[in-house]
Design a protein around this ligand. Structure first.
Ligand SMILES: Cc1cc2nc3c(=O)[nH]c(=O)nc-3n(C[C@H](O)[C@H](O)[C@H](O)COP(=O)(O)O)c2cc1C
Length: 218
């Protein structure tokens, strides 16, 4: 069982990557294999609208990551796409790649559970989150949700590290389930299963992803 995590930021070690590694670590604890695919910072093509991919099954532009990303997405059992928030939206380079991948792949992603994760310094997360979910919705991909709209806040990965609410459970479900909220805020409880399996933000994603892939999992 393998989940592909796509880092749509040009910064390989930035905030989006930090959010994705949190999801990856949680998935590892569930016995799920992961791979992070970085789109990088090289120029990418936008969709030409030539429709050649409908026959070819791949994009005519082979000199950027779109086709290799599409092959990895087809092989994966689940997909998590992460993006930095640029002007309240998804990074343009990531959108350019995803437009081509989702158009060229036909129905080959249908049925794969998918989740979106976004990172912003301050605002615009919900618009970007919504945009990423549109790709999943049109391909009949079950959208894995959590108890918040999956986002972290920061300008650097170190800032995100301090965003305990974004990365981990936050006080509400901990207090509700009798878990020490202070320890949770400090990150001490990160990775500790919360009674009832509840969690918020990114932490809540991993059991849902693995259960959507494999309903036998408890
Ligand atoms: C071109 C550009 C536009 C941005 N627009 C926003 C924005 O609309 N809202 C916001 O909160 N942060 C914005 N930011 C900040 C990034 O979203 C934020 O620093 C993000 O966490 C960076 O993630 P990364 O380190 O993975 O690249 C912008 C950054 C850039 C470079």
């Amino acid at each position: 069982m393998k989940v592909l995590l796509i880092n749509g930021s040009p910064n390989e070690q930035g905030c989006t990557n930090r959010a994705l590694t949190e999801v990856a670590e949680a998935l590892h604890r569930e016995g799920v294999e992961t791979e992070i695919f970085h789109i990088g910072n090289r120029p990418v093509w936008g969709c030409n609208g030539c429709n050649a991919c409908v026959k070819l099954g791949r994009c005519v532009h082979d000199d950027d990551p779109a086709n290799s990303l599409m092959e990895r997405m087809k092989e994966a059992d689940g997909i998590v796409i992460g993006s930095p928030v640029y002007y309240s939206g998804v990074n343009g380079a990531l959108c350019a790649i995803l437009d081509r991948v989702f158009y060229a792949c036909g129905s080959q992603l249908t049925g794969k559970p998918a989740a979106a994760v976004v990172s912003a310094r301050r605002s615009g997360t919900t618009a970007a989150f919504q945009r990423l979910n549109q790709y999943f919705a049109i391909k009949e991909m079950p959208v894995v949700t959590s108890q918040y709209w999956n986002n972290v806040h920061g300008y650097t990965a170190e800032d995100v590290e301090k965003d305990a609410e974004g990365l981990s459970d936050h006080a509400y479900p901990c207090e509700k389930h009798g878990v020490d909220a202070e320890a949770d805020r400090s990150g001490e409880n990160r990775g500790t299963p919360v009674p009832g399996g509840r969690g918020t933000a990114l932490y809540g994603l991993h059991p849902l992803i693995s259960r959507t892939i494999d309903p036998q999992k408890t």
